[in-house]
Design a protein around this ligand. Sequence first.
Ligand code: 13P
Ligand code: SF4
Length: 337
Amino acid sequence: MGLELAYSDDVARATEALYAKVSGVIPKIEWPAYAPVIAEINRLKRQKDAVILAHNYMTPEIFHCVGDFVGDSLALAREAARTDAKIIVQAGVHFMAETSKILSPEKTVLIPSMEAGCSLAASITGADVQLLKQKYPGLPVVTYVNTSADVKAESDICCTSGNAVKVVEAIAREFGVDTVIMIPDKYLARNVAAQTGVKVITWEGACEVHERFTAQEIRDYRTAHPGIVVLAHPECPPEVVAEADFAGSTAAMINYVGTHKPQRVVMVTECSMSDNVAVEYPQIEFVRPCNLCPHMKRITLNGILHSLQTMTFEVTVPVEIAARAKAPIDRMLAVKL
Ligand code: 13P
Ligand code: SF4
């Protein structure tokens, strides 16, 4: 296991440039514990022809030091469909690994922890979607990618927070309706409805990380840090989004920082985001109240090493479900942004 690896001179040299990058967010005293694991992961990736797809909520030693491709759910799905590597290690949560497997069935998809779930994915089953369809016949089902393959298999189209507005508009047009079923995140659905002319029937799901933010908290940041720019994720309640200067997917928030280069910013989202973005923009002041995602945090550097060493835990999707779940994902990927 990674903990037995030594911080030798060779390892120090091989990881020097990586440490220079993350030195603002990883204390020097911690580096000898990370560096040998990072070096070994990067060696194993080459040896086994593996690629690590890392979500924006991964901790900086994963995001900046072993991730081959980093991004939001949409970008990771696109990359999973495109990569030539034989093995995908998903540094993210289970629904992301399932999506990768559905898009690249011939590849081995590994996740370092099978317990890396998601409160949204856990809120709904395929049988629930069947009942919704019976209740509202003729309305298209727009399903957030934060769901199991079973749920996707019952859906007309998927979406992520990065393309939800465009997806809802496109599918409503295609079906010739003014209302869609949008599941399972009630807040994302309401936030999207507020930006489109399309009405939504939704589900009682919420992200346990983003639902904890309050509008009062946002007003308090503005009082405590005059001039601060507030960026929020659309999984936050609508009253939180209403207080923000901008709402968008994790990638859209990063893009906003890169384009506008605010002096002070708060990212109303999972904790690791600010650390990862601060590495790129040391001149920007990041105010960092945040909420941790316990599921994302099950993915650790040692877990990734173990995954590559033992080829665990392999994520599979039954062929029949995968075939039905792929159609709404492909339909989403075809929507022009
Ligand atoms: P995005 O990175 O697609 O914005 O998703 C955020 C999230 O909560 C993923 O679990
Ligand atoms: Fe799920 Fe929220 Fe965690 Fe993302 S941040 S994995 S939506 S619980």
